[in-house]
Write a protein that binds this ligand. Structure first.
Ligand SMILES: Cc1cc2nc3c(=O)[nH]c(=O)nc-3n(C[C@H](O)[C@H](O)[C@H](O)COP(=O)(O)OP(=O)(O)OC[C@H]3O[C@@H](n4cnc5c(N)ncnc54)[C@H](O)[C@@H]3O)c2cc1C
Length: 306
């Protein structure tokens, strides 16, 4: 059943555990409810599990749809069809039970398939694009449903053809048959890798803060700049990985954005590399906070406008 909330406290829905009240938050429970919503009204953002998002701590005058209640999936031999809000980790576990290989990297992932497909999520030498066959997509401009195959998705590192005009409704993947023990071992290794190098969700975070620049690693550059452990208000650069910011003590979005600006500026000054944020920021324009966000995205905005 469709759930609609006004002045919804978004903080509780985000992995960063940061955010004020959004004007309207809608939770459809099926692909058909989501399609009806998209047909009937304009929404500012369609989100999944909000694991790659920094919301402003101030109240936000936006209408959003959250897909986390649309979480159906269907296996047919080595293929699986998933709806947009289904979590990667759920399907990774289901694949293990069925001796299917290709999704082992999703075991430590907090994201939904909608978000993961849009950014071609990847880890441990596996990516969403490896097993992707096709997706059913709502085209907001033309109010029609289209289907994109792997080529049409134009997958790249943390990128696909999906922009704000396209909403992923469901997608199909083809896995390979594998050996249970090998699949299980790889998943355990992936979990161990994350435990050693990345923060768990005990401290709020949104995964990597910046994308890796070409042929380099944002974490390496930020580490060389001495950011590990750097604090700003309640936000702190993770001690074991300099490309993660954790919500150590009731951080506000301003703390995170101030820290991100420092990280961006230092890397630019020292290595003439302009890091590009991997996370997205949602807040009202014309605020001081928004200016901080524009500061670190203006190069990208300029490139898009070219
Ligand atoms: C602890 C931790 C570890 C992480 N590790 C990794 C990692 O190893 N590799 C990696 O790639 N990422 C990683 N992430 C980041 C994050 O999980 C991924 O980016 C994930 O793909 C985001 O999915 P989501 O459902 O949370 O998307 P959201 O954060 O809700 O949204 C992200 C973007 O996707 C869009 N979107 C969401 N749903 C749809 C839809 N149905 N149709 C169209 N657009 C949509 C949103 O509009 C937004 O632009 C990590 C995050 C955390 C917190």
């Amino acid at each position: 059943m469709l759930e609609i909330y006004n002045d919804y406290e978004i903080k509780k829905h985000t992995t960063f555990k940061i955010g004020g009240k959004v004007k309207e938050a809608v939770f459809p429970s099926s692909v058909s409810e989501l399609t009806q919503l998209l047909k009937s009204k304009n929404y500012d953002y369609i989100l999944g599990n909000c694991s790659n998002v920094l919301f402003s701590s101030a109240n936000i005058n936006k209408k959003i749809i959250l897909t986390n209640k649309i979480n159906s999936y269907e296996f047919n031999e080595n293929k699986v069809k998933v709806s947009a809000g289904t979590k990667g980790a759920v399907i990774a576990n289901e694949c293990r039970k069925r001796n299917l290989t290709g999704f082992e990297f999703l075991i430590g992932f907090p994201g939904s398939f909608g978000g993961m497909i849009k950014m071609n999520a990847s880890a441990h030498n596996q990516a969403i694009s490896d097993t992707f066959i096709r997706a059913k997509i709502y085209d907001i401009k033309n109010h029609s449903i289209v289907e994109f195959n792997r080529n049409e998705m134009q997958f790249e590192y943390r990128k696909s053809v999906i922009n704000n005009n396209y909403i992923i409704l469901e997608a199909e993947f083809e896995l390979n048959r594998g050996d249970y023990n090998k699949i299980n071992e790889l998943m355990e290794r992936n979990i161990e890798f994350r435990k050693l190098r990345q923060p768990s969700l005990v401290y709020g975070n949104a995964g990597s803060i910046f994308k890796n620049p070409e042929n380099d690693s944002a974490g390496r550059l930020l580490d060389l700049c001495g950011f590990k452990g750097e604090e700003e208000g309640g936000a702190c650069v993770y001690e074991k990985h300099a490309n993660f910011i954790i919500n150590k003590n009731n951080a506000a979005s301003l703390d995170v954005l101030t820290l991100m600006n420092k990280m961006y500026s230092k890397v630019k000054e020292k290595y003439t590399i302009e890091l590009e944020p991997e996370i997205i920021y949602i807040g009202d324009k014309e605020t001081d906070e928004y200016k901080l966000w524009e500061n670190i995205t203006k190069e990208n905005i300029r490139q898009i406008q070219k």
